[in-house]
Design a binder for this molecule. Sequence first.
Ligand SMILES: [Zn+2]
Length: 279
Amino acid sequence: MNLIRRFFGSKKIDCPRCLGKGHVDWDDIKRLKKELKWMTGPCAYCEGKGKISAELPSKIAVDATYLTTDLSSKERQKLITKDEAAIKRAKEFELHIDNFIAQVEHLHFTTNIEPNEIADYFLSGQNKSEIDLKAKNQLIDYIERIIKQKTDFKTPDFKVIETYQHKEKYFIKTAKWDWLNEEQIFLVQKDDKQKNKMTTMDFWPQEMFLDADGKTKIKDYLKKLIQQYKDSDMDVPPDLDEFMIENLESLESDLSAIKIVDQPTVTNPVYEIPLSKQK
Ligand SMILES: [Zn+2]
């Protein structure tokens, strides 16, 4: 090292991956959103030193998935000097992991396959005698983490329902109704002048009206709605509980179409059965 470099050597900064600790812990992994891609251990970005040269982030991203301690120092150097082949390998590596995660999610959430069977599926190309049990268990652990992450992500924490005064109550139909077409129903009620009035509803109020069977607690009905979102592989809205409560209360007080009751209640058949099916 020449004298100039020694005194004015490249500026060092705290490692942005491990925040200067020299090792990557779960907080770092979560902060960089690498929960399914890294394990805890010595930091590969600063090589465990806690400090990096200030130029490093301009050469390689702090969250580059491929840059782990599994990488040889030769490959690391190639990445930093932006060697094309190494960059291509890094991209392929990332793609390979993303594909694996997507396959696990599909197998579990769409095809309902359990983690150990998913592991068998990925190991099916191998001879039974060649399968290392420890490696298989690690694979199962990893698959379980993928599933848990997706499940947590898909199920927000619902707070409104917890303090809702009617959460332990049930709801029943209190209006006559019939099918308008294959998708839509209408309510038949009397207006102020005792004339028949027809009312149609938006999708969700209609669903909730049709589900008003007097047998389901409101807090359990929320779980049912959550499951419907999950079954159709949709993200559960974070305010689903509030949305459900607003709709139920509006069905009760604005439309008089349902009633919230304290006990499980059998719905009057004139409200339960569509008008055209009644004798
Ligand atoms: Zn570091």
